[in-house]
Structure formats: structure tokens, C-alpha cells
Design a protein around this ligand. Sequence first.
Ligand SMILES: C[S@@+](CC[C@H](N)C(=O)[O-])C[C@H]1O[C@@H](n2cnc3c(N)ncnc32)[C@H](O)[C@@H]1O
Length: 273
Amino acid sequence: MPDEGSPDSHSELAAKIRFDVPHAARIWNYWMGGRDNYEVDCVTGDAVAAVYPEIVTMAQQSRQFLIRAVQFLAGEVGIHQFLDIGTGLPTMQNTHEVAQRIAPESRIVYVDNDPLVLVHARALLRNTTSEGVTAYVDADLHDPDLIISDARNVLNFNQPVAVMFMGVLGYVVDFDEMRSIVTRVMAAVPSGSYLVLWDGTNTSAAVIRGSATLAESGAIPYNLRSPEQISQCFEGLEMVDPGLVPITLWRPDIADVGKVEPIDAYGAVARKV
Ligand SMILES: C[S@@+](CC[C@H](N)C(=O)[O-])C[C@H]1O[C@@H](n2cnc3c(N)ncnc32)[C@H](O)[C@@H]1O
């Protein structure tokens, strides 16, 4: 966790930001309606949206799923520790804001490996309460042991933790490695912890075209999985109702019941027994 005095200073970080290559976090921010993106990200975002317009809905609905899942965990379940891996650029209603609104003492560790996310994380991911803690780990999700050891500085691993992989595991090329990352992080947290995970699915021809367009742009490709593959990440855990479903259908707000459409992104919340 570098601070302003560390060798990885703000100016050195800024120098790592590439303006000639589209970045995952910034393209996602563009689709979500944020302003932390550059021309190259908008060009790629538009190219993907031209063949798969639902990507914009997916980005926006994924945040609604995050909000509903964190509200459920912080409120109904009483979980007050969150490990959000693949945080993204801070936008509306980030995990710490949702959790600390319900449980002010909530402790949140964010993990991402994008230099722009790191720059913004320092400025924006501040506690919304005096009792809570919000921290950021600059790490690659391919290194779960590093993530766990850094997260231990902030989270108490003897108490339940909500582990979150929200639209990030598609960056892991090999499916067995993807499963193993989830398994290794979940092995480190005690029973009573939860896994919250959603990922893009290969459930329409259009989303597959969108994924191919993204890969052609020079951005890091996103590997779509089948719903069956995603369900394997939850093996050994106890699913919360309604199980693994398109994220729009996971406990929709009352006003949205019967109105929201399924989407090529499946997610679930499950408890470690
Ligand atoms: C599709 S965005 C999702 C952001 C956020 N989870 C959300 O729900 O809005 C994917 C995020 O994963 C991050 N990411 C991509 N590859 C990563 C890696 N190898 N290690 C850590 N983070 C990664 C990107 O920087 C980006 O912020």
C-alpha cells in the first residue's frame, strides 16, 4: 500500500498511465457513464458497443447488483468486512459507501492493478465514517497469496469476510487458474464468510462478438465463461437464494420486479459453511 512518501509516488504512477492503449478499468468507467477515461478507451468502448449495445446496460446493472449484494451482506447477514478484488475506478456507490452507510464500522480492502485506479483510490476511497476503514492494495489477482497477506493488515481473518470478484475473473485466461484463485482466497477466510461473484457469460452471439472486438482493440481480452463454469467457482459453498442467475434477476428491487431483462452476466452470493 504505497503512500505519498513511497518510491511509487504520484508522479511515477502518472508516468505509468498509457494513453495509447485502452485500459479495462477506463473502458468500464466509460460504459458506466464515468469521466475517468481517455479517447483511446472511448474508441474501444464504442466499437464494442456497436456490435454489443447491451454492454452499457451490463456495466450499469453490475453496479446495481453490487449495491444489492453489499446491502444484503452488511444489513441482513451482518458482515462488516469486504475484500473487493478488481475494484475498478471509483464511481457512484462504491462498496465502502454502501457498506458503511448500513454498518459504519465496516472495513473494506480494495484490490486492483491499474495505475489510474491506484491514483484515484488514494484520493477517493476514503472512509465515509470515523469508525470504518477503507484501504487499497495494488496487486494482481493472479497472486492471491499476496492479496491475502496484504489484506490481513486491515481485515481480521478470524471474522467473516465477504470476498468479491465483480466482473474481473474473465481477465484470467485459464479456467482452472480462475477457479483456483477463488478457491485459494476462500480457503483463507473463516466459515460464515461469503463469496460474491459475477462474470460475463458466453450466452449470446452478440456478447461473443463484443468480446472479440475488445480483443482486437489491443485491450487485455476478456474471457467469457458459461454459466456452468461460473457455478463451479461456488462449489462447496451454500448458495443464497435465488442462486446463480443473470445479475439483473438477483433480488431485484421491488420496483424492478417483472421489468428487468436477463443479461449475459451471471452472478451469485454464497456462504462458506
Ligand atoms: C470490468 S472492471 C470491473 C470493476 C468493478 N469490479 C465493478 O464492478 O465496477 C474490471 C477491473 O479489474 C481490474 N483488473 C483487470 N485485470 C486485473 C488483474 N490482473 N489484477 C487486478 N485487477 C485487475 C481492472 O483494472 C478493472 O478495474
